[in-house]
Design a protein around this ligand. Structure first.
Ligand code: PLP
Length: 338
């Protein structure tokens, strides 16, 4: 039994999901004739109270197209220093949109409306002008932390006053909704564009969706083509998405519970300096200075437990759909014996 907690992207489609994929009705999505893709897009748009949604092969592409929709070259995207769009999308903000990131020194990937206000450059001609604020919920590098929705509303007010776009990287928004008992409509009500991922907590093999109203999404289809993201009979993948929306959202609470239980065991280990607060399915912890990270990782590997290092003696575990109760019990036992 291999326990793979490197990411919630390691899941494989379940029997039910594969059946749904196999029986999907498909067509050429480049002609916008794939009924299953259309169904998934309509369903997600409606869930968020928006007019339009577009299926993407990856979350990075959905985010980068969103950034391009909101910005012109030379402009600025205000985001946290931990943001996925800044750290893990190959400098795409500069490459695709010719824009720069104004980084906020937030807390676990989250920041305040006051900090946004302070990050907007003056209008003097020699400054780069902000055109977009980007929020990530849950935060990836921040250890699956969930935003306070009130603060998001406060930031939205700043955006509206300053005519800034407001984009949500919701790769793990599903986890936040379940953990905080929030709704998709709440989020659709404040953000101009939202990207959600189907292949993380929801267990699909591929797929992200960008959601927004007609006006802002007008160029999304041609930008997806420009980015090389047009797909053909992709309803087989959209069917997995529809299945996941029906079956795999509420169960995220199990992943969260197991992550918290792992955290409780880690807190008691003498080899571990600190476990970051656990709100959803991500566990980030720091080893004591005298513990060698590579050695710690390979010791776990010998026991068929795979996790990843994040640098500076910090390690990460992510619980997911394919992490079973049996694996959980084994993991807790092995950790206690370290
Ligand atoms: C995974 C992830 C993405 C998108 O990643 P892809 O691998 O391109 O699908 C975007 N934002 C966050 C916060 C993520 O965790």
């Amino acid at each position: 039994m291999i326990i793979d907690l490197r990411s919630d992207t390691v899941t494989k489609p379940s029997k039910g999901m594969l059946d749904a994929m196999q029986s999907a009705h498909v067509g050429d999505d480049v002609f916008r004739e794939d009924p299953t893709v259309n169904q998934l897009e309509e369903r997600l748009a409606k869930m968020f109270g928006k007019q339009k949604a577009l299926f993407f092969p990856s979350g990075s592409m959905a985010n980068q197209v969103a950034i391009k929709l909101h910005t012109n070259p030379g402009e600025q995207v205000i985001c946290d220093k931990y943001a996925h769009i800044y750290n893990y999308e190959v400098g795409g903000v500069a490459f695709h949109s010719g824009a720069s990131c104004k980084l906020i020194d937030g807390d676990r990937g989250m920041f305040t409306a006051e900090q946004v206000k302070a990050s907007i450059n003056p209008t003097d001609y020699y400054y780069s002008q902000a055109s977009l604020v980007e929020v990530e919920n849950t935060t990836n590098k921040g250890g699956g932390a969930c935003w306070d929705f009130q603060e998001i509303e406060n930031i939205n007010k700043i955006c509206k006053t300053n005519t800034l776009g407001f984009h949500l990287d919701g790769a793990r928004l599903w986890n936040a909704l379940v953990a905080k008992n929030e709704t998709t409509l709440q989020y659709g009500g404040v953000f101009d564009t939202i990207s959600v991922c189907l292949s993380k907590g929801l267990g699909c093999p591929v797929g992200s969706v960008l959601i927004g109203d007609e006006e802002i999404m007008k160029k999304s289809l041609s930008l997806r083509k420009l980015f090389g993201g047009n797909m053909r009979q992709v309803g087989y993948l959209a069917a997995a998405g529809l299945y996941a929306l029906d079956h795999n959202i509420e169960r995220l609470a199990e992943d969260h519970k197991r992550a918290k239980e792992i955290g409780e065991v880690l807190t008691k280990l003498s080899t571990i300096k600190k476990v970051e607060p656990i709100e959803t399915n991500i566990v980030i912890f720091e080893l004591n200075d005298d513990v060698d990270e590579a050695q710690f990782l390979s010791k776990l590997k010998e026991k068929n437990i795979h996790i990843i290092g994040m640098g500076s003696n910090k390690l990460r575990m992510v619980t997911h759909l394919d992490y079973t109760e049996q694996m959980h019990e084994k993991l807790l036992g092995e950790l206690k014996s370290i």
